[in-house]
Design a protein around this ligand. Structure first.
Ligand code: ZN
Ligand code: ZN
Length: 199
């Protein structure tokens, strides 16, 4: 897989296109659907599906527009996060209007090309997408370079987040981490320097 990272929307979400040269999967298409489709096009592929690390508004905003452009492509998300679609607290108009529950939702664990490691804490249905053969982890808002996601939103839990982190640091240290916001890092670097990770 090749991974192309685009920073989208005013929250600077890292929307990652994972492409095998035939199809692309858009991870966390938070905004700027046209730019995401254009980036896939310049890789010579079409967006075949959407993967979500979690369903916060800044990570899902481009889903309706992407579906308009690409057809009724599947959206892989953990079932515990689906109540967030259309939820009155999960929007910030005008840039991020409410996103209704999309059609063609599939459970994250059914995605065939990566493992959805359950990492609740930031949200109840948070997952980190692990592309094992590539040694790449898309950690959403669970693990950032030098930090972790907030747990003071509805459904958040620091206890569960810490538990989730312990599963991520068990991955090989050379694993490249592309977080939901900010710069990339590695599991090894976070293990040795992230103040939230207790070795
Ligand atoms: Zn979030
Ligand atoms: Zn976020």
């Amino acid at each position: 897989m090749k991974f192309v990272v685009l920073q989208v929307g005013s929250y600077g979400v890292n929307c990652t296109l994972a492409t095998d040269g035939e199809s692309a999967w858009a991870v966390d298409p938070g905004a700027e659907a046209e730019r995401i489709v254009e980036a896939a096009r310049s890789e010579g592929v079409r967006v075949a599906g959407i993967l979500l690390t979690h369903a916060h508004f800044d990570h899902i905003g481009a889903i309706p527009a992407l579906k308009q452009i690409c057809g009724d492509i599947p959206v892989y998300v953990h079932p515990a996060d689906t109540p967030m679609f259309g939820h009155p607290f999960n929007m910030l108009p005008p840039e991020y209007p409410s996103v209704p529950k999309p059609s063609n939702i599939l459970p994250a664990c059914d995605f065939p090309f990566a493992e959805a490691i359950e990492t609740p804490g930031h949200t109840p249905g948070g997952v980190s997408w692990y592309f094992k053969d590539d040694g790449v982890l898309l950690s959403g808002d669970t693990l950032f370079a030098g930090s972790v996601g907030r747990t003071d939103f509805p459904g958040g839990s620091m206890t569960r987040l810490v538990d989730s982190l312990s599963r991520l640091v068990a991955l090989p240290p050379e694993t490249k981490v592309i977080p939901g916001h900010g710069p990339s890092t590695t599991i090894g670097r976070e293990k040795s320097s992230n103040p939230y990770i207790v070795a």
